[in-house]
Design a protein around this ligand. Sequence first.
Ligand SMILES: [Zn+2]
Length: 476
Amino acid sequence: MRLTLVTTLLLLSVACATNPVTGKKEFSLMSEAEELAIGQQADAEIRREMGVYPDQEVQRYVSDIGMRLAAESHRPNLPWTFTVVDSPAINAFAVPGGYVYITRGILPYLGDEAELAGVLGHEIGHVTARHASQQYSRQAGGGLGLAILSIFVPQTAPFADLSSLGLSVLFLKYGRDDELESDRLGVEYAAGAGFDPSGVPRFLDTLARVSTLSERGVPNWLSTHPEPASRVGVAEPIAAKFASDTANARNTDDFHRAIDGVVVGDSIEQGIVRGNAFIHPAMRIALEFPEGWEVINTAEQVMAREPGTEHYMLLSQVEQPRGRQIEEVARDAMRRAGYSMLDGAIEQVSGLSAFVGLYRGSVQSVGRVTMRAAHVAIGRQVYVIAGFAPEKDFEGVSAQLEPAIRSFREISAQEASRVRPNRLSFYTVRAGDSWQSIAQRVGGGITSASTLAIMNGFEVSDQPQAGARIKIVVAG
Ligand SMILES: [Zn+2]
């Protein structure tokens, strides 16, 4: 699929197109039909790789608002779609042709419907002003290509394959001019659809408080949408200009009703991270990563890293071909990945049949590494649990890797059914409450006081007011 797309891009004729927003002619490699073709393929890939959040009501709610904004945009006739993807990251993105996405992870950070409209309007702006199309054009013409990906995710093939074109949209970085233009268009479209246009600067203000990287591997909005703090000051006067009696809806209660109960953090379908433990109730497997390591869970694999080092662990899976022994599967997979085996033996890992080997190879952006990898069979499925580090570090880190690899186990149906995701809920502040006390007493320590404050549009130093209805995160 990737090959087909790249070929398509290279075969596109160089043409001038009229920018629907500015009305000016500009160099573009893409016609509207080509935008649609790219969008359709990227959309299929995004849905497959990230997953669609399985809540029809939330989908319909976001889509209804998106369609109202799109109707006010410069390209009302594109086949617009608005999708909430099943990712805990705080993100929103768009691909050419009218495909707009927000993550379920962004919902708890939005204050009201006007902020949601601001985010959707901003992304609509990237599509109508053809920012992404220009990016794709630049990639095709200038060979920027998909190499952008490997900056964020160390290339660990065959364990990781995030380098697909659909997901590369997550790594597109727009320039400051594109961002300011989209902020302005977001204000314009939101106001046109009757929303309070201050939703744009208010959400930028929240974003400025959120740290620069997501907790779970998928880069968040900040990594692709630079400088939210400096954009607040630009967006505010524009929003003030567009505000009117017919553009003032915030619909906070409707918004709260719509997002009540939304999953926060990891989901059952993609596995749950609790501290350094990873539990996948749907696959019925669990693993304890080394104490203090940062765990990054994506739909494709789970990765852990010792902070500040190049020491990694990966959990991934391969299919076991019929009639093949686990040793053969392991040797083949590692050889194909370019690893040479130093030693290896059939072992039991938590009572499961496994092949545990020591390998040498190289990982892009890390260099030459030594890797301990266990291939563990459960039915037809083979799980790969690997730990690796630069050759010179491996000896020192192996005392942490070995027990972590051997902690991999199958969990019972009962244990799986006890795992519940965290969910968004609401709480009315009482006199004497602080973010700290609410996070601990009401939220059970699931979220920190500062996360809670940011989620509600405050600094942790501003205390919540008694009587206010605030968002909290509770154990499902
Ligand atoms: Zn943007």
